[in-house]
Design a protein around this ligand. Sequence first.
Ligand SMILES: [Zn+2]
Length: 715
Amino acid sequence: MKNFKWGILISLTILFFVPTWGEKSEERIQGFTADGSKEERQIEAALKKLADPGIYEKHLRFLTEEPHIAGSKQNYDLAVYVRDRFKEFGLEDVELVEYQVLLSYPKEIIVEMVEPSVFRTTLREEGYPVDKDSFDSQVSIGFNAYSDSGEVTAPVVYAHGGNPEDYDRLLEMGIDIKGKIALVRYSAPYSYRGFKAMTAQQRGAAGLLIYSDPRDDGYMRGDVFPNGPWGPDSHIQRGGIPFDFLVPGDPLTPGWASIPGSKRLKPEESEILPTIKAVPLSHKDARPLLENLAGPPVPPEWQGGLPFTYHVGPGPAKVHLKVEMDNPVRSIWNVVGKIKGREEPEKWIVIGNHRDAWVYGAVDPSSGTATLLGLAQNLGQLLKDGYRPKRSIIFCNWDAEEYTLTGSTEWAEHYADKLKKDGVAYINVDSAASGPYFGATAVPSLADFMLQITQEIRDPKTGKTVYEAMKQLRPGRKEKDDASLIDTRVGSGSDHTAFMNFVCMPVIDMSFGGPYGVYHSQYDDFYWMSHFGDPQFSYHATMGTLWGMTTLRLANAQIFPFDYEAYAREITSYVKEILGQGESPVSPDLNLLVGRIEGFQKTAQEMNEYIERLLAQGNQISYENLQALNSALMQIERDLGFSGGIPKRSWYKHLIYACKFTYHPEVLPGVTEAVEEKDWTRAKEQVALLDKAISRANQTLQEILTRLLKNQTAE
Ligand SMILES: [Zn+2]
């Protein structure tokens, strides 16, 4: 048997001999031998040394100079900036990747109360002398992308969060939303605004006004901008309302890339474009409408933060709503660059963040873009110093995320075959830093891997590890146990979606959060970030290092650190949740499925033990067997997908995770939805599909394990 020796980078050891620190620095890293761990920690120590907040501040300042919505010249200019920095930092094969997609901009929007008195909303946000950016004439009025165009005059009804249960409650009060204009809150509880649009449309509303109530993100939460991080009276949350929980990406090319020559639907053929007119409002603009609603007082939990008792209406407030949108097909530009791997260049660790913003987007997404640039700069520096990771790192800066997760979806559709074959994992950072609280979502196979990384990096504010800070820092929260620190329920809402749900790759999504009431408003700008979000830019720098460590560990691991025993445990808990809802015709099938998953868990446990033994012994395994093992470990996430997708949403291929229409995560989506609809035939079919997927995954692991164990005894 050929003994494969891990290449020891002697030059690296000399170049980067910096003392490592950290509570875990002596332990083996998941996926590495003891020697491999030592090398890995040396390169990570070098990366940590480069963490200079000043780099991130400089990039953020540049990125937030102008509003840069997708499809604008400003956002193209920033694509060029990112491309040129990538090149300057030494990334390879740097290019702009262009797609032609349907976008949506406001041409003319009027929201005016015509009865019982006349009041014209401004749809604009007020300027503050301390913040130059709040006076920029390029800032758009408030609008909801992909709103329908048209004109209507109708009485207003206050419908709380605009979710189905809210309209049901109104019906109980004898109020039908049909033909009326629904005035709803963004939060309370949070749901994706596109779901509010779909719900209002299905209920027959004549129009939809979505406003930011001070109870949710304004003065009821704390000091408002420019004296604090919360939203001032006139702040407006812009945002798209497409039904991308059905299929994201360019509305005219669902499921395939928008490249020249590709087929294109007519807008009226798209299933994700709303047919309702919708406009977002500040509470300053919404207040006169709310004050002029009669009818019954609202249920107590519907009361917001304005200083009067809310009533549901309808009327007497009557609103004239005119929306004229411009929906051109325009170019968008992703920026893609690489660091080619030294041993397995064909294997890709993909990392990404979007660039387009509704206005300046200091938090969302420029903090992420600045972090991507900072990380590119630092990894580029290591590259210049002679270091090269084992596998390739693909840096992606997406466009038009704010529309329908467009840039990342088009790219993932474009390169789906390559990604299915060679995509190891996708790591997303959207808003990198709006405060000190770390949060991450990861597929269960990577949750503990992620947690280990947080144990090896310092939280800049407390000096503890990010892990300890996560356990204790957030005020009013009980200390969390390790198992709940990393969220393993993967929903939507950012660019990881196409990688998780269309390609079926393992994904991680990370951010540092905090009090942040200016989301998608013009006040999410450099002033906000430098006064409230991350004034020292230390959380940007920490995210850069965290992102870099996560990426490097996946790029360099000797054996991929995917823990399928944990994954299986998690899937079992999902099945048991459905079983816990009570006896149903599908219960026997689900019980059989539990047995199947237990079998998979047992195989995965044997695999984990085998890998641990192997790595503890210094990895005595032939190169061919090692490659076969890693391919099998990569295959499992694909095994959990189904090419036909989930019912009614065939773009969503993953059988364990999808998003609800609210963007919240939905587990075992095919089964869950069939059970919810009490469609037992479909439920049985979906359980059978899941059973097959688990069997495939089990077989993948079993086959390679048998082969490796046989080789071991043959020696
Ligand atoms: Zn974003």
